[in-house]
Design a protein around this ligand. Structure first.
Ligand SMILES: [Mg+2]
Length: 296
């Protein structure tokens, strides 16, 4: 039997992403105030209204790339500012139309403006806080080290974020692209490209939502690492590809899939757990040792 390896997402599994999300939406709101020529309170009000419009139909909104939803707004907290931006881009009311025109006077597209908001805020956030790991994350990693179970992070965040935040606890994470599987106990792929779709329009239907599974960059990581357990907080980004691989009995497919149970985890995903899709709900990262012990 192959050695047991855990492949895991980073943000939302090992971190509390809400503070970083608040920083992104705070910056976006400030920019909207500038573009709209309104005060901060009015801008907050507008953002809340746009957000409510988006959240009213979550199956239609999320992180949309080239017309396809790569994650849904109700499963992925970081898709929220993007979905609000894309709501502005659609310009369905006088407020969004005015903001759209103002943004396009400075940026080539609303998406380019959103990328700027997201990247500049996240970079500043990492300068301001030493780390935002969830409670007990380092103790859990020490358990994996003691048990000699390799942990591989596959994250859309930059490698430096994963390595830097664990370094605050004296834990060394190797760049997975520069090392062979098993060469170091903790390895990470940054900018894993889980959102990047291939040309094939393959998808799964889970909880009534269509989720694209042709994500070649992420699939290559899964095939290389051959993890027994894959854990993530956003089904579309983290778990859809390994689930499709398992259904196809593809090489490198995991034996088990765990979904982090966060405050916002939507019903359409919770209802699917244990029905041949995701196998386990993980209440917190500190529950991973028990799950791993049950599986290995
Ligand atoms: Mg995540």
């Amino acid at each position: 039997m192959e050695p047991f390896t855990l492949l895991t997402d980073f943000d939302g599994v090992w971190t509390d992403p809400l503070r970083e999300l608040a920083a992104v939406s705070g910056f976006l709101t400030a920019e909207l105030a500038r573009f709209g020529g309104v005060d901060a309170a009015r801008s907050v009000e507008l953002y809340a209204r746009f957000r409510a419009d988006v959240m009213a139909r979550p199956s239609e909104h999320g992180w949309r790339i080239d017309g396809r939803l790569v994650s849904y707004v109700d499963e992925d907290v970081f898709a929220e500012p993007t979905a609000v931006g894309q709501w502005i881009e659609a310009a369905r009311c006088a407020d969004t139309a005015r903001l759209r025109a103002a943004i396009l006077s400075e940026y080539p597209s609303v998406l380019a403006f959103l990328d700027h908001c997201y990247h500049s805020t996240c970079a500043r956030f990492r300068e301001e806080v030493p780390h935002d790991l969830t409670r007990g994350a380092e103790r859990v990693l020490h358990w994996f080290l003691r048990e000699r179970i390799p942990v591989v992070f596959a994250s859309n965040a930059p490698f430096e974020k994963v390595a830097g935040w664990f370094a605050c606890h004296g834990l060394q994470v190797a760049d997975a692209r520069d090392s062979e599987p098993g060469a170091a106990p903790l390895r990470a792929y940054g900018r894993a490209g889980k959102q990047c779709l291939g040309a094939a329009a393959e998808s799964l239907v889970v909880g009534g939502r269509e989720v694209p599974v042709d994500r070649p960059q992420y699939r290559a990581i899964l095939e290389r690492e051959r993890a027994a357990l894959v854990v993530g907080d956003v089904f579309s980004l983290d778990l859809a590809v390994p689930l499709a691989m398992r259904r196809a009995r593809a090489p490198g497919a995991p034996r088990a899939l765990g979904l982090m149970h966060l405050e916002h985890t939507p019903r359409w995903l919770l209802d699917e757990v244990g029905r041949g899709g995701v196998d386990y709900l993980v209440s917190h990262v500190s529950a991973l040792p028990r799950l791993v012990n049950a599986l290995r």
